[in-house]
Design a protein around this ligand. Structure first.
Ligand SMILES: [Zn+2]
Length: 174
């Protein structure tokens, strides 16, 4: 590790702190006495996602981000909320430490997270991911959200009343 000021390779660690994602070290150059900080990070191994049809595909943060962003489109989420959300899912995947995970595992993580983040985004994602067979199955999911009364985030709009939900989907019911 070369000193950024004089280029000397000799430095001494004067402080070391463990972080969740690595180690932060404060160093002192033995040649010029300058102090600088280095970070040691874990290089995550590749994770492969096993799709429903059995195909394997390398886990892609971008792909996950795109899917979640689509579900959250035009939702009143704070700046960076989606990024942070994707970070937590990615971190969870690396924490589990498997080199292969079924796509359903990631899907379930996203569902659980979106449920806390934004109900509309959750329903949008669920309708693609769970492939609701009909409007009845969708309504059941919406109703279960209303019953469970998950703690809404600060920016979350309240769920429509069940009367309103009924009038939205009721027309197709027998
Ligand atoms: Zn130096």
């Amino acid at each position: 590790m070369n000193c950024p000021y004089c280029g000397s390779q000799e430095s001494r660690v004067i402080d070391s702190r463990s972080l969740d994602e690595g180690v932060r070290r404060r160093r002192k150059c033995l040649a010029c006495n300058a102090r600088f900080t280095t970070y040691e990070r874990i290089q995550p191994h590749a994770i492969f996602v096993i799709k429903k049809d059995g195909r394997r595909e390398e886990f892609s943060r971008d792909k996950l981000f795109t899917g979640i962003r689509k579900a959250c489109e035009k939702r009143p989420l704070p700046t960076g909320a989606i990024d942070k959300f994707v970070d937590t899912i990615e971190a969870e995947l690396y924490r589990v430490g498997k080199s292969e995970v079924p796509s359903s595992y990631i899907g379930d993580l996203v569902m659980a997270g979106l449920k806390k983040l934004d109900h509309i985004a959750y329903i949008r994602f669920a309708s693609v991911y769970r492939e609701f067979a009909d409007i009845g199955a969708l309504k059941q999911e919406v109703d279960s959200l209303a019953v469970r009364r998950e703690l809404p985030s600060a920016n979350q709009l309240p769920l429509p009343s069940s009367e309103a939900a009924n009038s939205l989907v009721g027309r197709k019911r027998r």
